[in-house]
Design a binder for this molecule. Sequence first.
Ligand code: SF4
Length: 236
Amino acid sequence: MAAKPENAKDLAIIEQIRAEKPFHYIVQNLESTFGEPKLSPKSDALAMLIEIILSQATSDANSRRTFQNLKQQFKNWESVLAADESVIADAIRLGGLANQKAKVIKDLLKQLKEKHGKLSLKFIEKMPDEEARDFLQTFRGIGPKTVACTLLFALHKEIFPLDTHIFRIFKRMGVLPEKISDAKAHRLLDDLAPPGKFYSLHVNLIRLGRQICRPREPLCEKCPLIEYCDYGLTKI
Ligand code: SF4
């Protein structure tokens, strides 16, 4: 479900972007180039949230192994909460930034216990998309991208995650202004991404950012989005 624009000005901005950048065609062009990625089946949201925290600043393979290490070392989330941060850090050392991630995980579990009484996020499955997003955003140390990835990947909720590739692409295209907060950009994309295509758009934009719209010297002549891109149109 799309987010509600905060005011008339936001609504006008969204309508203008929609008119200039037709997202259905953007999705279609990306799928013609990269295929249509499919979501994995729904899964446990708390496990996904912790897996995403562990995935920061490391490779996918390392992050998977780090999560497995954590699961092997502790029999449940209660025992992670009861452990010293240094013990959690030792279990997740492989994925880097271990002390920092251990602190975030322990603090997350502590907050969840305080707010909900038990270490489970099962109850957010039934919440409307925006309500689930707003609830997760109340947790210290958990940013909008982590919230969006958790809700989209684990529960298939239509909350759009933006990473550095996607920010770069949308700024070059003129979808996002140069200066915009993380939270505001996420909310804007919740409105712009076509229903049913959040995951496809997210994954294919990351592919585009890695292969074509690279940080330096983007390959605009090969880009499937050039006709909708302010920067690309200056190149032809
Ligand atoms: S046209 Fe160029 S700048 Fe625009 S999205 Fe494509 S690669 Fe990036």
